[in-house]
Design a protein around this ligand. Structure first.
Ligand SMILES: [Zn+2]
Length: 85
């Protein structure tokens, strides 16, 4: 069996999304995730959602985001994610 061209399944992509968005993955893995996101709408919406959270958290760390506003936006994002599924 060859695992040279391993196609990622949705589960493994979703599991690595945080590291992907945090740029914690090596180039090869990041490229695989990227390719999967291009092709898969399901994971794409996951990634969009988590990207939004990552951005908000980054703003919070820099002190640019008011925690109350963040909570409200996370709640709205969760509602949106639920409505999509
Ligand atoms: Zn997928």
């Amino acid at each position: 069996m060859s695992d040279e061209k391993k196609v990622r399944d949705c589960e493994s992509v979703v599991r690595e999304l945080w590291d992907f968005l945090d740029a914690e993955l090596d180039d090869a893995t990041a490229a695989e995730i990227d390719a999967h996101l291009e092709a898969c709408r399901h994971c794409r919406s996951h990634a969009d959602f988590e990207q939004r959270l990552v951005d908000e958290l980054a703003g919070l760390r820099r002190g640019h985001t008011d925690p109350e506003a963040l909570r409200e936006r996370v709640r709205a994002a969760l509602r949106e994610a639920k409505a999509e599924s």
